[in-house]
Design a protein around this ligand. Structure first.
Ligand code: ATP
Ligand code: MG
Length: 220
C-alpha cells in the first residue's frame, strides 16, 4: 500500500524561485489498483510520481511504501527499497540507445549478487512478458517507439516490483500502438501488479480502474 498524508513538495525551498508543486496531498493506493493520474500541464503529476518513487524528497507530510516512510531512509536504503519496490517507466523511455534490449532490461539487476546467467534469465522473462522476445539482441536505437516503450516496461518489471509508475507511457505513440501498450498494462494488472499511469489521453484514462485528478498541486 502507498499512503500519502499531507504531502507538500517545494522545489528550491528558501530561494527566489521557490515553487510549491504539491500541497497537502492525501492519497491511499491499495495493492492491485490500476490508476490514471490526469491534470493539466504543470499540475504536479510527474512530481507526484517522483515523490512516491523516492526520486524526490518532500518538505512536509509523510509518504509510506508498505509502511516504510521514504524521507526517513538513508540514501543507500532508499535506493534498495526503490530498486525492489518500484518500476518506473520514464516519460522519454530513458533507455541506453546503443545497448541491446536485453542489456537495457538487465540494468536494474546490475548490483544484485546473482549470477550473470540468472540475470539474463530474469531479463528474458520480462522481455517475454512484453512480447518482444525476438528483439532481445537488437540495439535500442533500431527500434520503433512502441518497441522502445515495451523495452522500458520490461526494464521496469524485471525486479518484480510491487508498483509500476509510468509517466505518459503512451504520449509519444500512435493510437494503435498506444492501445497495445494499454493491453499490456491491463495484462500486468490482471497478474496482480499495482499500476499508476500519468496521462493526458482520455482513451488511456478510461481504461484505468480509478482516476485521480491533480490541479495546481492538489488532488481534486
Ligand atoms: N526542478 C524544479 N524546480 C522548480 N520547479 C519545478 C521543478 N520541477 C517542476 N517544477 C514545477 O512544478 C510544477 C509541477 O511540475 P510537474 O512536472 O510535476 O508537472 P506535470 O503535471 O507533470 O506537467 P506535464 O503534464 O507538463 O508533464 C510545474 O509548475 C513546474 O514548473
Ligand atoms: Mg509531467
Amino acid at each position: 500500500m502507498i499512503k500519502l498524508e499531507n504531502i507538500t513538495k517545494i522545489y528550491n525551498k528558501g530561494k527566489k524561485n521557490e515553487f510549491t508543486a504539491l500541497k497537502n496531498v492525501n492519497l491511499t493506493i491499495e495493492d492491485g489498483e490500476f490508476i490514471a493520474v490526469t491534470g493539466t500541464s504543470g499540475a504536479g503529476k510527474s512530481t507526484l510520481l517522483y515523490v512516491i518513487s523516492g526520486i524526490d524528497t518532500y518538505e512536509d507530510g509523510s509518504c509510506t511504501l508498505d509502511g516504510t516512510e521514504l524521507n526517513r531512509l538513508s540514501d543507500v536504503k532508499l535506493s534498495k527499497v526503490r530498486n525492489k519496490t518500484i518500476g518506473f517507466v520514464m516519460q522519454d523511455f530513458a533507455l541506453v540507445e546503443d545497448f541491446s534490449v536485453l542489456e537495457n532490461v538487465m540494468l536494474p539487476l546490475q548490483f544484485d549478487k546473482m549470477s550473470g546467467k540468472k540475470k539474463k534469465e530474469l531479463a528474458m522473462e520480462a522481455i517475454k512478458r512484453v512480447d518482444i522476445e525476438e528483439l532481445a539482441k537488437k540495439q535500442v536505437n533500431q527500434l520503433s517507439g512502441g518497441q522502445k516503450q515495451r523495452t522500458a516496461i520490461a526494464r521496469a518489471i524485471v525486479n518484480h516490483p510491487n508498483y509500476i509508475l509510468a509517466d505518459e507511457p503512451t504520449g509519444a505513440l500512435d493510437s494503435k500502438t498506444s492501445k497495445e501498450i494499454m493491453n499490456l498494462f491491463e495484462k500486468l494488472n490482471a497478474d496482480g501488479q499495482t499500476i499508476i499511469i500519468v496521462t493526458h489521453d482520455p482513451d488511456v484514462a478510461v481504461r484505468c480502474k480509478r482516476n485521480i485528478r491533480i490541479e495546481d498541486g492538489q488532488v481534486v
